[in-house]
Design a binder for this molecule. Structure first.
Ligand code: PLI
Length: 464
């Protein structure tokens, strides 16, 4: 007998109290934080959907691993356990631990990215783009055309546009492309999965031109489960078998273990290239640490190794995708425009469509994110022109991002269904009075990654 209800496949052993703030308190908090939700303290947030990164609840087995961690500087037992696990799942020859995903990016691009080089990706995450640009390279997004229609329910909207990749290679020359990246799932593109067929096709193009392919593996297990559910020929394969096949087409990967490592910190960089691995380890020692710990404690390496196995559990993945879908379906059925279909780790509200009266450079996504916090203490994240507007190099003029999204990222194994029901209620109230929301202006910003720290001012006071 099987039942319709998909339950959380875990029990709760330790709880963390939530402080329930009032709307008046939150209005004062917003003013103090210059309307930037990154500047709000976490104990002033009721439901925190800012990110699914580093926010997972660890299992009792991971906490037991924390106690077992070997903190030796060189040759730590925990490192060999970590290395063996990563090799078994990802299949690469060299495994280099780092403190988080962006450290892997920094080391990789410091070695491969020269000024003027071009690095294509289905869609670069913000730290990936910033690390490339910091080295003088050009980060080019090549999402498949289906992604631009946020309403179309295509199963693999995270795919790379392979025709566009071929065109780019012939335009700039393979010698100017040190690597191609593929982000699974495509976070900045709506958390959408990449199909095995697309990974295979991108890999074939890379091999034809002698360009290495790197997978940004942050959410590899969720991507593998989408392949199992949606791609013909994979229904009977395990997530582990699918993950192994995904990585078999690549030459290396960057990984933030703060996502599908089910850990609160950590990451790794993998490659099959012996000479490159040697150079990477030299840079690692300079800023991260000795190659058998790489900026992490032995206990972190244990937690990650155990998390990488737990994340591939089919019951966990079934629950994970079901809970994200639940949030998406409940707001979409009331008319809230979301990127369809819901992603693996997050639901993305299309604030551009929900708030058409706010022009892109007055940041409709920011306006909605602030309102969800003001109304219900729900913290989300703008993924639109605050994060991704581009400056024209000649005129200095700002060009809006392709989409104005608000991401509701769901921490792994943290919130229950009634927490999600509360979030649905808050979003629906904001949706009902959407015409009254106003745009924002940036009053202070930094040249890179401005969204983390910039200050905003409402263009006219929220009038509710
Ligand atoms: O936050 P890091 O440095 O461990 O990982 C950087 C990173 C790289 N690639 C992708 C696809 C990411 O999503 C990513 C980090 N994402 C964050 C922090 C997020 O909130 O989505």
């Amino acid at each position: 007998m099987s039942f319709r209800t998909i339950i959380e496949p875990f029990k709760i052993k330790a709880v963390e109290p939530i402080r329930l703030t009032t709307q008046a308190e939150r209005e004062a908090i917003l003013e103090r934080a210059h309307y930037n939700l990154f500047l709000v303290r976490s104990d002033e947030v009721i439901i925190d959907l800012l990110t699914d990164s580093g926010t997972a609840a660890m299992s009792s087995e991971q906490w037991a691993g924390v106690m077992r961690g070997d903190e030796s500087y060189a040759g730590s037992r925990s490192f060999y356990f970590f290395e063996e696990t990563v090799r078994d799942i990802f299949g690469f020859k060299h495994v280099i631990p780092v403190h988080q995903g962006r450290a892997a990016e920094r080391i990789l691009f410091a070695l491969l990215c020269k000024p003027g080089c071009v690095i294509p990706n289905n869609t670069h995450f913000d730290t990936t783009r910033a690390n490339i640009e910091y080295r003088g390279g050009r980060a080019v997004d090549l999402p498949c055309p289906e992604l631009s229609d946020t309403t179309a329910p295509h199963p693999f909207k995270g795919n790379m546009d392979t025709d566009a990749l071929e065109r780019l290679i012939s335009e700039v020359g393979a010698e100017n492309i040190p690597l191609v990246m593929l982000t699974v799932t495509n976070n900045s593109g709506g958390g959408q999965p990449v199909s095995m067929a697309n990974i295979r096709a991108v890999s074939a193009i890379c091999r034809k031109y002698g360009i290495p392919l790197y997978i940004d593996a942050c959410r590899f297990a969720e991507n593998a489960y989408f392949i199992k559910l949606r791609e013909p020929g994979y229904a009977d394969k395990t997530p582990l078998e699918i993950a192994r096949e995904m990585f078999s087409y690549a030459d290396g990967c960057t990984m933030s273990a703060k996502k599908d490592g089910l850990a609160n910190i950590g990451g790794f960089l993998c490659t099959n290239d012996d000479a490159l691995a040697q150079q990477e380890k030299e840079l690692l020692i300079l800023t991260e640490g000795f190659p058998t710990y790489g900026g992490l404690a032995g206990r972190d390496l244990e937690a990650i190794a155990i998390g990488l196995r737990e994340v591939l559990d089919e019951h966990y993945l079934e629950y994970r995708l079901a809970s994200t879908r639940y949030l998406g379906e409940h707001i979409a059925r009331e008319g809230v425009p979301i990127v369809q279909p819901p992603g693996g780790h997050a639901v993305y509200i299309d604030a551009g469509r929900m708030l058409p009266h706010i022009p892109p450079l007055q940041f409709p996504g920011q306006s909605l994110a602030v309102e969800l916090y003001r109304l219900g203490g729900v913290r989300s994240c703008e993924i639109g022109s605050v994060m991704f507007a581009q400056r024209d190099p000649d005129t200095g003029e700002e060009r809006p991002a392709p989409r104005e999204l608000v991401r509701l990222a769901i921490p792994r194994r943290v919130y229950t269904q009634s927490h999600v029901d509360y979030v649905v209620e808050v979003i629906l109230v904001a949706h009902r009075h959407r015409e009254q929301l106003r745009g924002y202006r940036i009053t202070w910003q930094t040249p890179f990654l401005r969204h983390f720290s910039c200050h905003f001012e409402p263009l006219s006071p929220p009038s509710l």
